[in-house]
Design a binder for this molecule. Structure first.
Ligand SMILES: Cc1cc2nc3c(=O)[nH]c(=O)nc-3n(C[C@H](O)[C@H](O)[C@H](O)COP(=O)(O)OP(=O)(O)OC[C@H]3O[C@@H](n4cnc5c(N)ncnc54)[C@H](O)[C@@H]3O)c2cc1C
Length: 390
C-alpha cells in the first residue's frame, strides 16, 4: 500500500501528496542509473473507452473491529468471523486462524461455514487443514460475493476499526492477524495464475492546477479510523524517492515502493479449487434468522457472512462503506502500480484496476448504495492519463 513504507497510510499519503509532501520521509535513490537499467515501464492505456467493468461493493465496517468470538445457539457453537472493513482479504488468513482455533476447541469432526467470500473460504480451508470435514452454506460463492469486487492490495488496517471504539487489546490482536495473514499469503506466491504477487508501485505527484479544487480531498475524516501500520513496518521494504527524470512519467516528483497484491480472479479460483480438492462441499442456502442455522444440527458453525451479518445477526454496528473500482482491459506487460491525485491503479492480471479516492477515507461511509457511478470511473481514468506521454 502506498505510504506504508513511509509510516503513513495510503489515505494519509494521498492527502499528503496534494500538499506537496508526497516524498517526505523517503530515502533517496542513489541516482537514475540503476533504475533505468531495469525493464522499461510500459504506459497504462488510460482511456475511458477501455473500461470493461465497474464494480461496487460495501466494506463491512465495525467500529470495534472485526467480530471474532463465540456464541451458543442451543447445541451449536457459533464462531463469528465478520466485519473486516477494507481489510478482509489482507487479514483473512489471520482472522480465520483465530476463528478456526475457537472452533476446534470442541474437537468437531465436521464444521459448517456460512459464507463463501474471503473469510468463509479461508476459514473453510483452515478447518480442513485442522482435520475437519467442511461444508460451506452460502447464498453466493466467489466470484459473486463482495470479496470479488475488492481492489486487491495488502491493506491490513484499511478502515478496520475506529481508534476510540476498538478495545485496548485490539491493536495486538490486529498485529497477530496481520502477521499470520502475511506469512500465509507468501505460500501463494509464484503459483499458476499468480494469485498473490509483489509489484513496484509509484507515487507520482505534480502541482495541483489552479482550476482544480483540492480542499475537499484534504479534509480530515469525520471519524477517527484506527491506524496500526507502524506495528508491521518491518514486513516490507521502505519507500524511496526517485529522480523524476529517471521515470517516463510526466511528474514533478516520484517515489517508489513495493507492495503485495492479490489477483482476485485467480486467487478466488485457487482457493475454491483447494477447498474442493480437500473434499469440501458447497450447499447453496440463504438464512434469515439464527435459528435456521441452529436447525442445521451442526456442532460447530463459523459465521462469515460479511455485511450480511447486519441483517442476519442484527448487528447494527456494521456500517457500510461503499467503494467502487473500474477495470481497464488487461495489459500483461504493465507490472507496476501507480498513485496519482487520489487515483490508484493496480495492474491485476484480470484488468488494470482504477479506483478514485477523491473525498478521502470517509468516501462512502454509511452509504449502502451499490449503483455504479460511470462518471466517477471515467474521471479517475482521465486523471491517470495525465502522467503518461501523449
Ligand atoms: C471497493 C473495495 C475495495 C476493497 N479493496 C480491498 C483490498 O484491496 N484489500 C483488502 O484486504 N480488502 C479490500 N476490501 C475489503 C474486502 O473486500 C472485504 O473486507 C471482504 O470482501 C469481506 O469478506 P467477507 O468474506 O467477510 O464478505 P463477503 O465477500 O461479502 O462474503 C459474505 C458471504 O456470506 C454470504 N451471506 C451473507 N449473508 C448471508 C445469508 N443471510 N445467508 C447465506 N449466506 C449469506 C454471502 O453470499 C457471501 O458468500 C475492499 C472493499 C471494497 C468495497
Amino acid at each position: 500500500m502506498v505510504g506504508e513504507r513511509e509510516g503513513m497510510s495510503r489515505r494519509g499519503l494521498l492527502r499528503a501528496s496534494l500538499l506537496g509532501g508526497v516524498l517526505a520521509g523517503c530515502s533517496t535513490a542513489p541516482g537514475g542509473a540503476s533504475f533505468e537499467a531495469g525493464p522499461p515501464l510500459v504506459p497504462i492505456r488510460a482511456r475511458p473507452d477501455r473500461i470493461v467493468d465497474i464494480a461496487v461493493c460495501l466494506r463491512p465496517f465495525r467500529p470495534a473491529g472485526p467480530r471474532v468470538e463465540t456464541e451458543r445457539l442451543g447445541d451449536t457453537l457459533v464462531v463469528h468471523n465478520y466485519g473486516h472493513g477494507g481489510a478482509g482479504w489482507s487479514l483473512s488468513w489471520g482472522s480465520s486462524a483465530r476463528a478456526v482455533r475457537l472452533a476446534m476447541q470442541v474437537s468437531p469432526a465436521e464444521v459448517a461455514v456460512i459464507g463463501c467470500g474471503a473469510l468463509g473460504l479461508t476459514s473453510a480451508i483452515l478447518a480442513q487443514r485442522a482435520g475437519a470435514r467442511v461444508t460451506i452454506y452460502s447464498r453466493e460463492q466467489l466470484p459473486q460475493t463482495t470479496s470479488a469486487r475488492a481492489t486487491g492490495e495488502w491493506t491490513p488496517d484499511s478502515r478496520v476499526a475506529l481508534a476510540q471504539a476498538a478495545g485496548p487489546g485490539f491493536a495486538s490482536v490486529w498485529e497477530e492477524m496481520a502477521r499470520t495473514a502475511f506469512k500465509t499469503h507468501r505460500d501463494y506466491l509464484g503459483l499458476p495464475g499468480a494469485p498473490v504477487e509483489w509489484i513496484d508501485q509509484y507515487a507520482v505527484s505534480n502541482p495541483t492546477p489552479r482550476n482544480r479544487p483540492s480542499s475537499d480531498l484534504n479534509a480530515p475524516p469525520a471519524v477517527d479510523f484506527a491506524v496500526y501500520r507502524d506495528r508491521i513496518d518491518d514486513l516490507a521494504p521502505k519507500w524511496r524517492r526517485l529522480p523524476a527524470d529517471a521515470t517516463p512519467f510526466k511528474a514533478a516528483a516520484v517515489a517508489q515502493g513495493e507492495i503485495m497484491i492479490f489477483n482476485i480472479a485467480g486467487y478466488a479460483h485457487t482457493l475454491m479449487n483447494d477447498f474442493f480438492i480437500a473434499g469440501g462441499r458447497f450447499r447453496r442456502a440463504e438464512f434469515h434468522a439464527p435459528w435456521q442455522i441452529a436447525a442445521l444440527g451442526k456442532k460447530v458453525v463459523i459465521n462469515c457472512t460479511g455485511y450480511g451479518a447486519r441483517a442476519l445477526w442484527k448487528d447494527e454496528t456494521l456500517t457500510p462503506v461503499r467503494g467502487q473500482i473500474a477495470r481497464l482491459i488487461p495489459q500483461p506487460d504493465v507490472r507496476y502500480g501507480l498513485v496519482y491525485r487520489h487515483v490508484l491503479a493496480v495492474p491485476r492480471r484480470d484488468g488494470i484496476v482504477v479506483q478514485s479516492f477523491a473525498g478521502g477515507e470517509m468516501k462512502g461511509y454509511g452509504d449502502a448504495s451499490e449503483t455504479a457511478d460511470r462518471a466517477e470511473a471515467e474521471q479517475a481514468v482521465t486523471t491517470l492519463a495525465e502522467v503518461f506521454p501523449d
